[in-house]
Design a protein around this ligand. Sequence first.
Ligand code: F6R
Length: 254
Amino acid sequence: MPAPAPEIRVLPAAEAAVPTLLDELRRVVAANERPLVSFATGGTFTGMFTALARELRDGGIGRDFVATHLDEYVDFPPARAGGMVHELVTGCPPLGDMLAAGAFVPVPHVDDAAALAAHAQKLRELGGVKLQLLGIGRNGHIAFNEPGTAFDTGFHVATLAEATRQDARARFLPGEPPRRAVTSGIATILAADRLVLCAFGAAKADAVRGMLQGEVATGCPASALRRHGNLLVLLDREAARGFDAAADQASAAP
Ligand code: F6R
C-alpha cells in the first residue's frame, strides 16, 4: 500500500513557518515523556532558532525534551566555529545549556564506526526520534545524504557534493569548506515518527519538485521521504514554483 501523501503547505514567506514549527515542537513535548527531537541546521532554520530561544527562556516551550541533530562535519567538535553544534548553540543558547546538562546529544564528529553505532544506539535508547526537522539541499540532499546515497543507510561518513561545499563556502572563509561529514542516514531519518521539511527560496524549487513529483530514486535523496507517511512540507512561494499542485496525485510513494 502506498504511504499517505505528504501534507504540503505553501506559505506567503519563510517567516510564516516559524509558528508552525514551534507548534510541532510544543505538541510533541506535550504528547510524550521527554521525547527526542532532532533539529536540522542551515539558513532555513535561523528564524526558528531565534524564536525557539525565546520560547525556551520564557517557558513557552518546556525543556522536557532531549535534543539532537542530523549531521556534523568531521573534526568539528562542539566548540569549533563552522560546525553544526556550534551553530545550534550560538543560534539558540538554551540548547547550549541543554548540551552542558546532557539533554542535547551531539552527532559525533569523528570517522569512527564504533562511535557512530554507539550514537545510533543512544538515540534508540532514548525512544527514537519523535520529531525530525529537515531542510533540503538544492541538489535534493537531506542531512548530508547526497545524490546516489542508498535509502537503507544509517549514520555514516559522507563525502560532500561540490554544490554542498559551495553553498557552505561563506561560513568557512577564508578557509576551505570541509569535505566530509558524519550524517544521519536516510533510513535513520525515515525511522522518525514525524518529519517536517522546510524549503524556502527559488534555489530550492527544482529539488522540491524532484522530492514531491520526481521518481522515488537515489538521484533525489529527498524523494525517499514520500515513503514515510507522516511528512509535513512547508514551502514559500518561490520554493513551490516548480511544484504542480494539480499533479499532486502523483506524489504518493510507489
Ligand atoms: C543541515 C542539513 C542540510 C540542510 C540543507 C539546506 O543539518 O541537514 O541538509 O538542511 O543543506 O541548508 P540551508 O538551510 O542552509 O539551505
